[in-house]
Ligand binder design. Structure first.
Ligand code: CLF
Ligand code: SF4
Length: 290
């Protein structure tokens, strides 16, 4: 795999609706819901819905096979040529699903000019990074909700790593270590890395600034502080107010650029961020056979 040149990367960022605020009204993305399995259990996640790390709950995406995902991309990109980014963001963790890599390979072969994007909980990032580079992923999101394993242990119930279940701080240590190692290696390999952080009042709200400082050290391009969506084991925790979130973003801004236009998309969203066409009329869906 030939790494993208600086110029190519700048073009990709300028055409990426999540990485460049100005691009959101001009360029779109398509998400391919090919990744149902997950290898951790976040306390705010209800499994039958999409991955909340980069998604909105209460909706379930229909899982596609890699071939179906390719066909969907063909149809949608033909209809909406302003779509420049193909992302895999669930419904589970993309790195826990072989279909993710198969899908990217198919897309890259047929659409070499589209930017391939992926969002992960990072547990498998160090061991899967070479595969991601091989299939041509250039923009990568890792959800980092804590860098202190004691805090992370309050957010993730358990992780399943190489066939073994690790609970509490033991599991959190493995995940945090792999996330940070994986992010560093991805930045070093020339990927443009974004970090999503779910702001959970009373759990990581005071800690997010420490995450931002670490991201600065690691060379992360942009950070997206997302409000908690209260469900699962965190159903009783009040989400942060808009003001609380804004204050956290302002405190983090000196360390790492802040994304403020996230729409908490579905794992099968497509179109412009502001107009999620996955919720288009049934009639339209039938016409393009999705
Ligand atoms: Fe999708 Fe995520 Fe890529 Fe964007 S979404 S995989 S980086 S192409 Fe964007 Fe949607 Fe927010 Fe995600 S608005 S949920 S940040
Ligand atoms: Fe749910 Fe996503 Fe967390 Fe997996 S990584 S448990 S799918 S929120």
């Amino acid at each position: 795999n030939i790494p993208a040149t600086g110029e190519e990367l700048l073009r990709k960022i300028a055409e990426h609706p999540c990485y460049d605020k100005k691009a959101q009204h001009k360029y779109g993305r398509i998400h391919l819901a090919v990744a149902p399995k997950c290898n951790i259990q976040c306390n705010f996640c209800v499994r039958e819905f999409d991955c909340v790390n980069e998604s909105r709950p209460g909706v379930t995406s229909k899982v596609l096979s890699p071939q179906e995902a390719l066909e969907k991309t063909r149809q949608i990109v033909a209809d909406y040529p302003f779509i420049k980014v193909v992302g895999i963001a669930g419904p589970g963790d993309p790195l826990a699903n072989d279909a993710t890599f198969e899908t990217f390979e198919l897309i890259k072969k047929e659409f070499p000019d589209l930017t391939l994007c992926m969002s992960t909980n990072g547990l498998l990032l160090p061991e899967k990074l070479q595969d991601l580079l091989r299939v041509g992923v250039s923009t990568l999101t890792v959800t980092v909700n804590a860098i202190d394993p004691e805090i992370q242990a309050k957010i993730v119930d358990h992780v399943v790593y190489h066939g073994k279940v690790y609970r509490g701080v033991e599991g959190a240590e493995i995940q945090v270590k792999n996330q940070l190692e994986g992010i560093k290696a991805a930045v070093d390999a020339g990927m443009v890395v974004k970090v999503n952080t779910v702001l959970v009042p009373g759990i990581n709200d005071k800690h997010v600034i420490e995450i931002a400082r670490k991201l600065n050290e690691l060379g992360v391009y942009i950070m997206n502080v997302m409000p908690l969506i209260s469900q699962g084991a965190f159903a009783d925790i009040e989400p942060p107010t808009a003001e609380e979130r804004k204050a956290v973003q302002e405190a983090c801004e000196p360390y790492v650029m802040q994304m403020r236009h996230c729409r908490q998309c579905r794992a099968d969203a497509y179109g412009l961020l502001a107009q999620d066409m996955s919720q288009m009329s049934e009639e339209r869906r039938k016409i393009i056979k999705i």
